[in-house]
Structures are given as structure tokens and as C-alpha cells.
Design a protein around this ligand. Structure first.
Ligand code: ADP
Ligand code: MG
Length: 228
């Protein structure tokens, strides 16, 4: 029995699987959004860190762009994610480089050699990325780090998948949860990273890494819905 959907061809729709084209759109859109938010992320990091998070993220993603342009047409999604990982690790200083680098490396590992990421694989990819950050940085929920954006995103993605959502709606759920997770870091005292030196003075400030995670996951969702 066929399980193909019969939506109108001119309606915006989300593909059943995320392919290499989506992966490239995501990283390019992520680079654009991070560039636009560079001052805002620096400001968040100036409040509770050393003021360079926007600069770090922008530098890393700008370094990825020319490498994406040079990729062969048949490059698989996992290979794109791995290229992002190695570029971030080699170009982004500070805490965020190795943490995001590990996230993309583990995401690439979860995709492996598949040519598309379906709903179940998407949840596995997001989970692997989050688990990689935890493995590397040892942060727990509530420590006021990017994990406070990632974990609600992973949980929301898993719940959306369990409810039968496709990849586009799973990414929307993840992006919404990450955005809320970033806001929810504001009242927290930091227990990891530079902000942990501030004690209660970190209260009232949003964690910059949680905010950049929310921006990246929003970009992922934004480029998943395309008019075909
Ligand atoms: P640095 O702190 O070295 O200047 P960035 O400013 O680029 O690096 O990144 C800071 C962000 O890194 C924080 O906002 C936080 O989200 C994240 N971070 C720091 N330490 C950890 C950790 N151990 N686990 C997870 N995230 C962390
Ligand atoms: Mg910093």
C-alpha cells in the first residue's frame, strides 16, 4: 500500500526526509543569522562572560561557508555536518568551539552514510548532538549553559515524533523549546563556564550559548519548510 502524501504541489510543505540540500540551507542560514546576531550574542556574553560569543560563532560559521561552496554535488548530509564540526573545532576559540564542534561531530555520526534524515533519525541526530555537548562539557540541566536550550529541544523533538509529526514540525517544536529554554536561563545561577565565576550576579542574564543554540535550531526549522 502506498503511503505517499498527496498535498498540493504549490503549497509550502515539508519533505519526509531532510537531505543534503536542507543541510546546506541550514548551515548557510545559520551563518547568516549568527552574523546578524553577532552584536547581540557579544552583549549577552559581556554581561556574564568575556564578550566574545557572537564573534566566536560568527568566525566559525563564516569559515564554513567557502568550504560548503567547494563540496561535490553528491556529498551526503553526514559529510556536511562533519565538515562543519571540524571547521568549528579548528576556528572557534573558547568553550563554544569544542562544544559545538562535538555536537556536529556526533550529529554526523548519527546520520552516518544515510542520504536522508527521516523523523526518527532527526530525533537521533538532535539527541546525539546534545549528548556530545554533555560528554564534552559535563553540564547538567539548570547549569545555565547551552544544554538548557538543547535538552528542552531534544525532549520536544522526541515528543513531536512520538505524536506522529514529520521532520518540519519536529524542527519547529525543537526550535520553540530551545527559544523558551534560552529565556529560562535568565533566573539561573551558572555552574559551568565563565559565568559560574559570577555567582548570583549571573541572575537576570540570558546565557549566550543557550541563545545561539536557539538561533541555530530556528534556522534549521525555517529552512525545512520549502515550496516545492
Ligand atoms: P568562552 O566562555 O570560552 O568565552 P564562548 O563565549 O564562545 O566561550 O561560549 C560561552 C558559552 O559556552 C556559554 O554561554 C555556555 O552556553 C557555553 N558553555 C560554557 N561551558 C560549558 C559547558 N561546560 N557545557 C556546556 N556549555 C558550556
Ligand atoms: Mg565568551
Amino acid at each position: 500500500m502506498s503511503v505517499e502524501s498527496h498535498t498540493s504541489p504549490d503549497q509550502p510543505q515539508s519533505a519526509a526526509t531532510l537531505d543534503t540540500a536542507w543541510t546546506l540551507r541550514w548551515i548557510r542560514q545559520g551563518a547568516e543569522v549568527l552574523a546578524a546576531n553577532r552584536p547581540a550574542l557579544n552583549t549577552l556574553d559581556r554581561d556574564i562572560g568575556d564578550g566574545d560569543h557572537g564573534e566566536n560563532m560568527d568566525r566559525g560559521f563564516q569559515a564554513v561557508l567557502p568550504k560548503l561552496d567547494a563540496l561535490a554535488d553528491e556529498t551526503l548530509p553526514g559529510a556536511v555536518l562533519k565538515l562543519v564540526a571540524t571547521t568549528l573545532i579548528s576556528t572557534v576559540g573558547g568553550a563554544a568551539g569544542p562544544l559545538y564542534g562535538t555536537a556536529f561531530l556526533k550529529a554526523a555520526g548519527a546520520v552516518a552514510a544515510a542520504d536522508g534524515i527521516d523523523a526518527a533519525a532527526l530525533v537521533a541526530v538532535l539527541t546525539a548532538a546534545r549528548d556530545g555537548i554533555v560528554l564534552r562539557g559535563k553540564a547538567e540541566s539548570g547549569d545555565k549553559t547551552m544544554i538548557d536550550s538543547w535538552t528542552p529541544a531534544v525532549d520536544a523533538a522526541a515528543a513531536a515524533h512520538a505524536a506522529g509529526s514529520g521532520v518540519g514540525d519536529i524542527l519547529l517544536a525543537a526550535a520553540d523549546a530551545a527559544a523558551q529554554g534560552a529565556v529560562d536561563t535568565e533566573p539561573l545561577v551558572a555552574r559551568k563556564g565563565r559565568a559560574s565565576y559570577l555567582g548570583e550576579r549571573a541572575i537576570g542574564h540570558r546565557d549566550p550559548g543557550a541563545q545561539s543554540t536557539a538561533l541555530l535550531l530556528r534556522a534549521a526549522a525555517d529552512v525545512a519548510t520549502v515550496t516545492e
